[in-house]
Design a protein around this ligand. Sequence first.
Ligand code: ASP
Length: 585
Amino acid sequence: MSIQVSTSMRSNYCGQLNESDIGRRVKLAGWVAALREHGEHLAFIDLRDHTGIVQCVVDGLGDIHPEYVLSVAGVVRERPQGTENDDLPTGRVEVAVTELEVLSTADPLPMPIDRRSEVDEALRLKFRYLDLRKERMQANLRLRAKVNTALRRTMESHGFVEVETPLLWTPTPEGAREFAVPSRLQPGNFYVLPQSPQIAKQLLMVGGFDRYYQIARCLRDEDLRADRQFEFTQLDIEASFATQEEIHSVVSDAVLVATAEAVDLDVDYPIKISWTEAMDRYGTDKPDLRFDMPLVDLTSLFSSTTVNVLKEKETVKAICLPGGADWSRSRIDALVSRAVELGSKGLLWMKAVGSPEGMRLDSPVSKALSNSEMEGVIMLTKAQPGDLIAVIAGEYGSSCRILGQLRSELGKELFAPTGYRYVWVVDFPMFEGYDEEGNLVPAHHPFTMPNPEDLDKLDSDPLAVRSQSYDLVLNGWELGSGSIRIHRRDIQQRVFAALGISDQEAEARFGFLLQAFRYGAPPHGGFALGIDRFVAILAGEESIREVIAFPKTQSGADLMTGAPKPLSDRSLKELNISLLPPRKR
Ligand code: ASP
């Protein structure tokens, strides 16, 4: 329910009038949503504002057209019997208009904005200001504001202070390509737009702001694969003198409060699992735990098997699909093809058939399966008659990943999960692997503190080093990540060295940070929550563009303003920039 805001031009919102207003004189302002003429001296105007529409009765339409902006005054009355509209919250009343003023006229719209019409997204983005008049966009952006308010309020209640950090910043090594801004006053020099306030917030810790937060805009010049935007919003936080668990507890509180207010649901406190367990049991670091359906390890069961496709494999893993034994041949074939598409050599299926006491497995390899293998599969997968067991064999990492992807796709199909399940995934590895130049790639970012127990492996066995970083996952989406940071100059230098960043380079790029660490840096850690995705999930939207007022397309274009556009020769000159011939993309 929105707050009633009365001004000299409006006593009430259209969508909020009801039977309790009957007999009252009201003044409304809004857009003409629809018009109907009934004979010579009777006409109806559906007047709309962001709260909804109400039927206004006038004695003629004159020169009024859809989307004109009107001010009307009149008396609320009960609709004549038989003309009520129960689909409309205001459907039992109407306003008998005595005064009407056209505040603004409107050309015919380039696209319909009613609830029912599907409009091409390119057209919606070109005329975003019209698209925003729609119920869906009104609801989504208001939900977003509500979520932001709940997040802010919770952070404040935990003693966090909002501090704004600069947009004109300097390059930082967080992995994303950065947007550059030419300096007019120092020709040839550039600012960089922050990919996150990471370093700034760490410096705030050195500066004694021991609990910081910000609803921060971040900018990354990355190819917009999937559902990404160049600019996005994070709830960015950092705290000094706090453990991982204490940071998790604040963030958990913030997301639970926001969820409760946004969707009116109290949901469970996040569960916590280690990265290793998440990968092993669900084949992903962002498991959707609204359903279980775990990956079951069958490797030792098949250690001396005669089944060819399972022989001498590093890993044999399975998931058990409830009811899958009844699937048609083509559906099972599609499952096998999907596994191959995901990079598997194949997929072995086994149908659990028979009665609970006399269950057996029906499979293309039935003949080669020993009795103990059959019993072992049934026991370990907890299969029931009627289930289908999908088995993948091969290298450990890829088998987990492929089966994890199948688990996530089939889980959605089989369980149609609803609700919200938050999960903290902790103890990520420090490094993801090596890049083409043979340098280690950080799994989170270079400011992440290694697990103290693994510090001595930093040089000898870096891939085995665990970090103190963590992700918050919701329904299979990574909502955000964070870590305990390195606050000691010596450890930071060792990590830079492991990443192939030389002392000179580190000095040139982040000398200011390393210097700050000389003057009493408190232990600290933090987190950043992606607000666009969070709101999209709460709004039940697939795409984050549906919860952003003015998003760009997948190719980074703003269809409304035409940006990005060429700069005038004069502006280029002022910036001391001359352009190379256009590069082929
Ligand atoms: N700066 C990190 C990010 O934007 C989050 C964090 O570590 O706080 O992903």
